[in-house]
Design a protein around this ligand. Structure first.
Ligand code: ISE
Length: 350
C-alpha cells in the first residue's frame, strides 16, 4: 500500500559503522527508544538527545555513555555526529523537525501521529516525494507486533474467508493530565485507523465518533470512553472503543469477523475476566512500552536496517497522512456529532 522505490543513500552510516541516532523528545517514549537503541538495536547507537525540558534530557543522556544533550532539536538534526533521527516530541512539532531531516537527507523514524492536522501531513508527503527518496518511517509499531502480523497472515491466507468487520478495544490505565478528547482521537485512535488500513488493505472513507456515559473517574475536560465507527472503501465496518482511564492496565484487542470464522488477538484464550489482578491469572501489561516491547524492538531494528541500506520500508508519510486525514475528520465528527467523510488527495505510492 505504501512502498516507493527508494534511491539508495550513498553513505547511510559512516564507513559502515553504527548509525548515529539523535532522539528528539525524551519523555516516556523517547527515553524508552534511547535505551532500546543503546542496548537492543544492532547497527545503531544514540549519540544526541534533545528535549524541551533540559533536566529530562540531562537525566536520559546520563543513563547512556556517549550520549550528548543538544539544547535545540534543529541543532541536533544538523549535528555532524547524527546520521538518522528518531522523533518522539509532541505531534504538533513534527512537521518542522521532519522537514529539517528531509533537507539534510537523513532517515527519520517519526512517532505517530505524523502530524496533528491533515494539511501538514500532506505537506510532508510532498516534501518527501520532492527528495526523490523514502526517508520517513512513521511509528505505527503495531505493524511489527507478532500478533498483528499473524492476524494479517490469517486474512491474507483466506482461511476464514473474506474479512467483514473488526471489533477493537484500546484501553490505557491512565493518560497524562493534558490529554483531552481530541487527543484520544489524534493520538490513541490513530493506531486503530492504521491497523484497519494495515489489516484490511484499504482506506477508511468515513468516521463517526461518540461518547457514551463517562466513567465517574474520568478527569475533568475529558470524555472517556470514546466509541468510533470507521467505514472502509469496500463497505466494511470497524468499531473501536478507546478507554484511556480504566485504572486497570494496558489492553489492546482486535477481533476479526470473517465469512467463516473469527480471530481475536490481545488475549489469553478463554473467558475474558479482566481486573487489576489480570486476565485469567495472566498479568495485564501496565502500559504500551511493555505490551508492545517486541513490536518497538522490531520496528526500530527494521528502521535501522533499512536506513543502513539507504532506504525505508515501513509505514511512511502516505500512511501517516491517511491516518491523520481520518483522525482529523474524527475530531470534526466528535465536534458535530455527525458522520464525517474522508477524502484523500493524490495517490498512494505504488
Ligand atoms: C500513546 O501515545 C500511544 O501511542 C499508545 O500506544 C496509546 O495506547 C496511547 O493511548 C497513546 O497516548
Amino acid at each position: 500500500m505504501t512502498q516507493t522505490a527508494p534511491a539508495p543513500r550513498a553513505h547511510p552510516a559512516p564507513e559502515g559503522g553504527d548509525l548515529r541516532v539523535a532522539v528528539l523528545g525524551v519523555g516516556m517514549m523517547g527515553a524508552d527508544h534511547v535505551r532500546r537503541l543503546a542496548t537492543r538495536t544492532v547497527g545503531a547507537r544514540p549519540t544526541v538527545v534533545a528535549d524541551a525540558f533540559p533536566a529530562t534530557a540531562q537525566r536520559v543522556a546520563g543513563e547512556v555513555p556517549g550520549v550528548r544533550v543538544v539544547g535545540d532539536p534543529l541543532a541536533a538534526v544538523a549535528d555532524p555526529e547524527v546520521d538518522a533521527v528518531l522523533i518522539a516530541t509532541p505531534g504538533s512539532t513534527h512537521e518542522e523537525l521532519v522537514l529539517a531531516c528531509l533537507q539534510r537527507g537523513l532517515p527519520v523514524l517519526c512517532e505517530k501521529p505524523l502530524t496533528t492536522d491533515v494539511e501538514s501531513s500532506l505537506r510532508l508527503v510532498h516534501a518527501e516525494r520532492a527528495t526523490g527518496r523514502r526517508l520517513v518511517q512513521v511509528g505505527f509499531m503495531r505493524r511489527y507486533d507478532p500478533e498483528y502480523a499473524a492476524l494479517r497472515r490469517i486474512i491474507a491466507s483466506e482461511e476464514l474467508g473474506a474479512p467483514l468487520m473488526l471489533h477493537c478495544a484500546h484501553r490505557n490505565a491512565s493518560v497524562p493530565p493534558h490529554f483531552d478528547s481530541g487527543m484520544v482521537v489524534l493520538d490513541s485512535l490513530v493506531h486503530e485507523v492504521d491497523c484497519t488500513r494495515f489489516l484490511l488493505g484499504e482506506e477508511v472513507t468515513a468516521i463517526t465518533v461518540m461518547h457514551p456515559t463517562s466513567s465517574r473517574s474520568t478527569a475533568p475536560g475529558l470524555s472517556d470512553p470514546t466509541f468510533a465507527l470507521l467505514e472502509t472503501a469496500s463497505g466494511r465496518l470497524v468499531d473501536v472503543e478507546v478507554f484511556v482511564g480504566t485504572g486497570v492496565g494496558y489492553e489492546v484487542r482486535t477481533e476479526l469477523v470473517a465469512e467463516r470464522g473469527t480471530a481475536m488477538i490481545g488475549l489469553g484464550a478463554g473467558p475474558v475476566v479482566t481486573t487489576t489482578a489480570g486476565v485469567r491469572g495472566r498479568a495485564v501489561p501496565p502500559d504500551f512500552r511493555v505490551r508492545f516491547a517486541t513490536a518497538y524492538d522490531l520496528e526500530v531494528q527494521a528502521w535501522v536496517d533499512a536506513a543502513r541500506r539507504g532506504t525505508v520500508d515501513g509505514p511512511g508519510t502516505w500512511d501517516g497522512y491517511a491516518a491523520t486525514a481520518v483522525t482529523t475528520a474524527g475530531v470534526e465528527a466528535l465536534r458535530t456529532g455527525r458522520r464525517t467523510e474522508v477524502a484523500l488527495e493524490g495517490e498512494a505510492p505504488a
